[in-house]
Design a protein. Structure first.
Length: 620
């Protein structure tokens, strides 16, 4: 009798686990298929009511990619190519979205634009971010300058760091170790280490959080050379976030970050004792005050960047500072009209032979109309006021219509938007080839697409985009910065599919076709495919298989200054995760490039062959 009772208890417990697992899987499917998006309007709207192309990388998806950098994770999304993300750690050469250049993709962290004013490309270095400290990522594809200002021409990568827990104390620890080897040298020596510790909580109205992370890799040479001596990359980052809920309507949070990384590199595709050290120090605040049907928000941050480069050509130091203030009011009229009225202030400074700076003051307005019969409209305008070149006006019109079906909807969307890219401080006031008379680059983007959604099972979308680029900043025969007269046209198609045929099985796929005319489209593939198959083996164990195809693209051989064609390549990755303690301890094992394909991502630079990584994620 006692034995039967124990068997019955075990069966009931197993049933409860399976039910809980089905609910969890069902919840994940709904979350990924009918997610709430924020970035395209700054209001929480159902995906059905959004007319923009928004990709959301949730916390759950980030957990399923432990051991990968944020650049590697973003690179799996449609319309985006991050050159260098599949190579040696420390080799990120550009974020290319929809056939654009890195300066045309804006990165936002906790509501504030981030960009190093002392860099030539104006790109934010994604190596400054730890994936373990990120809550979620939203990527708006297409022009978004009306809401986010300069550089938001091809994409906005909106990153939210982890929030403090509601209980008095919580902690999360993550650690990974793995090999770091090329396809030709499969030595299986450990050469990749990552650690992250996050302690946080809320006591009464006060919240706190401190995060520490580090990353270290060795064993690979930056460039493919006969010597192939190792070049080391190491990164350390500390984050502090404090908040106080003064009333139910008013809250304030302040935060600080210090990140330092050291990267050894090779010049002219030859072994050399070159090293760069980069430091970022950032302090900011975020506050909101809610009132009837509206709220007032302030996001502000001050960032100091310093990069020291020691190479065979000598030693150089680059210093940059920027201050960003964004104040806006959100108000909802008649439950249908979602409005934003705001002002954005930006000051960039850098040190060349002399200190240089410029300021931007942009008033902007955005309106989202959500009807009760399927029609939605997102529109807005911004007046850019620049201390050097004067004024520039941008706007967008983004209608969509969702036809309701018995199990979901079919959504048609379109968009016409303009955007701009401000010339950077080096181009305006640098020591070589500067031109203070530069005008901003202008972009015009047209989009049209369709999305089909079946509740809890399937979401499929297809979209066509066309972008025209004018006033691109280039060089004349004397290497002076100028606005180039020639225009660049980029068009393409993006296809995405999310399918959950059962609670255990999932399929995610995307395909991007990009055609760029007007230049040689360096490092931009014409065809790109990503496929992910996931399977829940049992309530505590899941496995996923990734396939990524990157088509042919041109690159520059800087030893001869000629263009070369890089071959297409395919990579297959495997990920296995097992939960040892419910909602407490997870172990994972990943095998990247399991077929050990030898490929070139950037001409002359090293790529990773088959590598094995393992680690754990502990929460309490």
């Amino acid at each position: 009798m006692k034995k039967k009772y124990l068997v019955l208890c075990a069966a009931v417990s197993a049933g409860q686990i399976l039910v809980a697992q089905n609910v969890q899987q069902d919840s994940i499917a709904v979350q990924e298929l009918q997610e709430v998006v924020v970035s395209d309007s700054r209001f929480q709207l159902k995906r059905e009511n959004s007319g923009k192309t928004v990709i959301k990388i949730s916390g759950a998806e980030l957990e399923r990619n432990q051991g990968r950098t944020i650049a590697e994770i973003i690179n799996t999304k449609s319309g985006i190519e991050i050159a260098g993300s599949r190579g040696r750690d420390g080799s990120v050469f550009g974020v290319f979205a929809r056939g654009g250049r890195g300066r045309q993709a804006l990165v936002i962290v906790d509501g504030v634009r981030v960009s190093d004013p002392s860099s030539f490309s104006q790109e934010y270095d994604l190596r400054l971010l730890s994936a373990a400290n990120i809550e979620s990522v939203e990527i708006i594809k297409g022009a978004a300058s009306t809401l986010y200002g300069t550089n938001a021409a091809t994409a906005v990568i909106n990153i939210t760091t982890k929030k403090n827990a509601k209980k008095p104390i919580s902690a999360n620890f993550q650690s990974t170790l793995g090999t770091n080897q090329t396809a030709d040298d499969q030595n299986y020596n450990l050469g990749n280490f990552q650690n992250n510790a996050f302690v946080n909580g809320t006591v009464n109205r006060f919240s706190y959080g401190i995060n520490f992370s580090n990353r270290y890799s060795s064993g690979l040479s930056a460039a493919v050379t006969p010597e192939n001596e190792e070049d080391i990359f190491s990164q350390f980052s500390t984050d502090l976030k404090l908040g106080y809920q003064f009333t139910d309507s008013f809250e304030l949070s302040i935060y600080g970050n210090q990140t330092k990384f050291t990267n050894e590199f090779d010049a002219d595709l030859a072994e050399a004792p070159n090293q760069s050290r980069t430091a970022q120090e950032r302090a900011g605040l975020s506050t909101s005050f809610k009132y009837t049907k509206g709220s007032i928000h302030l996001n502000a941050a001050y960032t100091d960047y310093e990069t020291e480069s020691i190479s065979t050509f000598g030693e150089s130091v680059f210093e940059g500072k920027n201050l960003v203030l964004d104040v806006y009011n959100k108000y909802i009229f008649a439950e249908k009209w979602h409005t934003i009225l705001g002002v954005n202030y930006l000051k960039d400074e850098a040190v060349f032979t002399n200190k240089a700076d410029f300021t931007i003051v942009d008033p902007y307005f955005n309106l989202v109309y959500v009807s009760d019969f399927g029609f939605n409209l997102n529109t807005g305008a911004r007046l850019n006021n620049h201390s050097e070149y004067g004024n520039h006006f941008v706007y967008n019109v983004n209608p969509s219509y969702a036809f309701t079906t018995s199990e979901g909807y079919v959504k048609l969307l379109g968009s016409y938007a303009t955007s701009y890219i401000t010339p950077n401080l080096i181009q305006l006031f640098g020591d070589f080839g500067a031109n203070p008379d530069l005008e901003p680059e202008e972009n015009r983007t047209i989009e049209g697409g369709v999305e089909y959604f079946i509740n809890k099972k399937l979401r499929v979308s297809a979209l066509y985009f066309d972008r025209n680029e004018k006033n691109t900043i280039g060089f004349d025969q004397n290497f002076t910065s100028i606005n180039v007269a020639d225009e660049i046209d980029v068009s393409g198609i993006e296809f995405e599919a999310f399918w959950f045929p059962t609670e255990e099985f999932s399929l995610r796929a995307n395909y991007t076709y990009t055609d760029r005319e007007g230049d040689n489209a360096i490092r931009i593939p014409e065809h790109k495919v990503n496929l992910n198959l996931g399977y829940q083996i049992c309530p505590t164990t899941n496995i996923s298989l990734d396939y990524a195809y990157t088509g042919e693209r041109l690159d520059t051989d800087f030893t001869t200054f000629t263009d070369v064609t890089l071959d297409a390549f395919s990579l297959v990755n495997l990920y296995l995760e097992h939960e040892v303690m419910a909602n407490k301890l997870k172990l994972f094992l990943s095998a990247n490039n399991i077929l050990n394909e030898d490929f070139a991502e950037v001409f002359g630079f090293t790529t990773r062959g088959r590598n094995i990584t393992t680690g754990f994620n502990l929460t309490f």
